[in-house]
Design a protein around this ligand. Structure first.
Ligand code: PGA
Length: 256
């Protein structure tokens, strides 16, 4: 299981330090039993270095929220994968729906960014998901299918434990709305994604990780994580309070 905290555009240096310290301390206090999951924090770019320093010596890993598809050069305002590695990142979120909507990232661009993450030695966490309009007109699986299909040619054939395909299913209508998808809806989409990955990658698909994101809270995390084909969560709002984020980690079933 993999639990990722996406802090989005929240946190100045001091609050980022406090939040990271709270999470590290909370996990340390639970060290009597081994953690049932990997934990990754994705602070805003300006806080990456300081959070990296706070995470030093802990099991918690660091991730970026986005990366450039380019390796370096004249791309004002962009951050490339090597720079993320340089400040301690091992993971990076790619194609979040807020970037798809705010920055016009389409499936092809998201796929190129994912390829850049693989190239630069990062573990991409690629977001997919349908809008409310797409769900209401019955196009959910078609949209998710197209988003996944765009990724397939860019996934390296030689996957490792540190670099595999991680996909986060985040229904756009469930992000930050307090309205999370019903278990049956999550089960349907995750099963569909696993089958599509099996068709493309055969046995490797079993080792790819499918996260769910969208209004995950301590109260609903256990039942979502208990679903077949759900290998973790991408947590937005609830990752901004250490107690809530820790309670979500506590909801990871022991079987993992
Ligand atoms: P949310 O955000 O948990 O606040 O709904 C999830 C995400 O956007 O990754």
């Amino acid at each position: 299981m993999l639990i990722v905290g996406n802090w989005k555009m929240n946190g100045l240096i001091e609050t980022a330090q406090e939040l990271a310290d709270g999470i590290v301390a909370g996990l340390g206090a639970r060290s009597g039993r081994s953690l049932p999951c990997e934990v990754v924090l994705c602070p805003p770019a300006t806080a990456l270095l300081t959070v990296h320093q706070r995470l030093d010596g802990s099991v918690v890993k660091l991730g970026g929220q986005d990366l450039s598809e380019h390796e370096s050069g004249a791309h004002t305002g962009e951050i490339c994968g090597i720079m993320l590695r340089n400040v301690g990142c091992r993971h990076v979120i790619v194609g979040h729906s807020e970037r798809r909507a705010d920055c016009g990232e389409d499936d092809a661009k998201v796929a190129r960014k994912m390829a850049a993450a693989f190239r630069d030695g990062l573990q991409p966490i690629v977001c997919v998901g349908e809008t409310l309009n797409e769900r209401e007109r019955g196009a959910t699986l078609e949209v998710i299918g197209a988003q996944l299909a765009a990724l397939v040619p860019y996934v390296p054939r030689e996957l490792t434990r540190r670099q595999t395909l991680v996909v986060a299913y985040e229904p756009v209508w469930a992000i930050g709305t307090g309205r999370n998808a019903e278990l049956e809806q999550i089960r349907e989409v995750h099963g569909f994604m696993r089958r599509q990955l099996e068709e493309a990658f055969g046995a490797d698909a079993a080792r790819m990780r499918l996260l769910y994101g969208g209004s995950v809270k301590p109260a609903n995390a256990g039942s979502i994580f208990g679903l077949e084909d759900v290998d973790g969560g991408l947590i937005g709002g609830a990752s901004l309070k250490s107690a809530e984020f820790l309670a979500i980690i506590d909801a990871v079933p022991e079987k993992f």
